[in-house]
Write a protein that binds this ligand. Structure first.
Ligand code: HAM
Length: 410
């Protein structure tokens, strides 16, 4: 028997309904913030993602060559593709651009709960606004979206400039290596590498910076950074909006394109794969042949949010089964249409089974059964049975609709 590829999942209707319900809550939040949905291709030129994604992501990419010999990759994330689209399609559009997406990404990772090879992100990108309040807007939107899902999480905000200032004398490759170790909190690895770089004294400052939860203290450890003031303004806006967060100057982010403010969210009830949000300010457009536009964005790991929420009982539709004899079929079609047009989930018999078998099936799957035989078809009435109470009555179509709707149609 053929199986799905490792790290992918099938979603049955109950799970899809639960996912869509959460997705729509997020879409509604994005709409009220003016973030309009965009969509980019599932695959792009490989170069788009190798330019500035960072080694980790490049190693995990699904790369292939098409029949024309082009090197392509399944998107491991959406940001680079959105900026490529901005340059191709919307460079001259009035700024800022507020865009959002809900799309699948592909990373060849070792699968486990909350870590998949195909997963979905709900993200937002704010393009062309280079202010403290723009950075705050993106963080507030991300946290409002998470709040709308019902997940409980810790929001951590940092700024790369402090760490970069401590590492300013190192070459870019060494800096990257150190930031990756700090991101993983691998302090032994950090000390070893700093010794080989003949900078052992940096270890204490870096470890203190990672532990620091206060902006002034971070400056005291890392020295003066010009971006401190703007970052402080962003934090003031978050405080004014009532956002709950903690500062963390150890956030290094796995992707290479971030330039300053960075943030991450962690679900409180998840274990190893608990990071449900990542984002920050970045500049990518100039690398893809566009203008050097400031951007800020985030992506929420939708599948991890769903794992964190657990099994949500799906809002159950009222289901009406329409059972009929051959003579009643024509009228049954008409009745089914009227129920559907009233917004009621209606499933008419299509198996051409006898009435008894139809009723037995309905009792397993439906809340109400409408029975239409020759007598009902001729008199344009129907038998309506409430399968929960067993109550059955003969009524006309409007009365049947009123009765079923009173139990709650969508
Ligand atoms: P990222 O942190 O690589 O950032 O991914 C965002 C979120 O996607 C993660 O926090 C995590 O919840 C989820 N995620 C990542 N890998 C997996 C996986 N294998 N299985 C399930 N969920 C996963 C980005 O992708 C950036 N593009 C975010 C961004 C947008 N920055 C600026 N704009």
């Amino acid at each position: 028997m053929l199986q799905k590829p490792r790290g992918t999942r099938d979603f049955l209707p109950d799970e899809m309904e639960a996912r869509r319900a959460v997705e729509w809550r997020m879409r509604e939040v994005a709409r009220t913030w003016g973030y309009r949905e965009v969509c980019t291709p599932d695959f792009e030129d490989l170069e788009l993602f190798t330019t500035r994604s960072g080694e980790g992501i490049i190693e995990e990419m699904y790369v292939f060559e098409d029949k024309g010999g082009r090197k392509l990759a399944l998107r491991p994330e959406i940001t680079a593709a959105v900026i490529r689209m901005y340059i191709n399609e919307a460079k001259v559009a009035p700024k800022p651009l507020r865009w959002c997406y809900f799309a699948d990404c592909f990373r060849y990772e070792r699968p486990q709960k909350g870590r998949y090879r195909q997963f979905w992100q709900f993200g937002g990108e704010l393009i062309g606004a280079d202010t403290a309040i723009a950075d705050a807007e993106v963080i507030i939107l991300a946290s409002t979206l998470l709040d709308a899902t019902g997940v409980t999480y810790d929001l951590k905000i940092g700024h790369l400039s402090f760490m970069k200032n401590l590492l300013r004398d190192l070459d870019p490759l060494s800096r990257k290596k150190i930031m990756a170790l700090l991101d993983k909190k691998d302090y032994d690895g950090l000390k070893t590498i700093l010794c080989t770089m003949e900078k052992p004294d940096l270890a204490d400052s870096l470890i203190s910076l990672v532990a620091c939860r206060d902006l002034s203290h971070a400056s005291a450890i890392a020295g003066t950074v010009p971006q401190k003031e703007r970052f402080g303004e962003t934090l003031k806006a978050l405080d004014a909006y009532g956002v709950q967060y903690s500062l963390n100057f150890g956030i290094a982010r796995g992707l290479d394109y971030y330039t300053g403010m960075v943030f991450e969210g962690f679900a409180q009830n998840l274990g190893a794969e608990n990071q449900i949000l990542g984002g920050g300010t970045y500049r990518l457009a100039h690398l893809f042949g566009g203008d050097d536009v400031a951007s800020c964005g985030f992506a929420i790991g939708f599948d991890r949010v769903m794992v964190s929420l657990g099994a949500i009982p799906a809002k159950k539709d009222i289901i009406v089964a329409v059972a009929c004899t051959g003579e009643g079929r024509r009228y049954a079609l008409e009745v089914s249409r009227a129920f559907r047009e009233a917004g009621i989930r209606t499933e008419m018999d299509i198996m051409e089974r006898g009435l008894g078998a139809q009723l037995a099936h309905a009792s397993k799957s439906a809340d109400f059964v409408v029975i239409i035989g020759q007598r009902e078809a001729e008199s344009e009435c129907l038998s309506l049975k409430n399968l929960k109470t067993g109550e059955q009555k003969t009524v006309d179509l409007p009365a049947a609709l009123t009765e079923v709707c009173s139990f709650g149609a969508r």
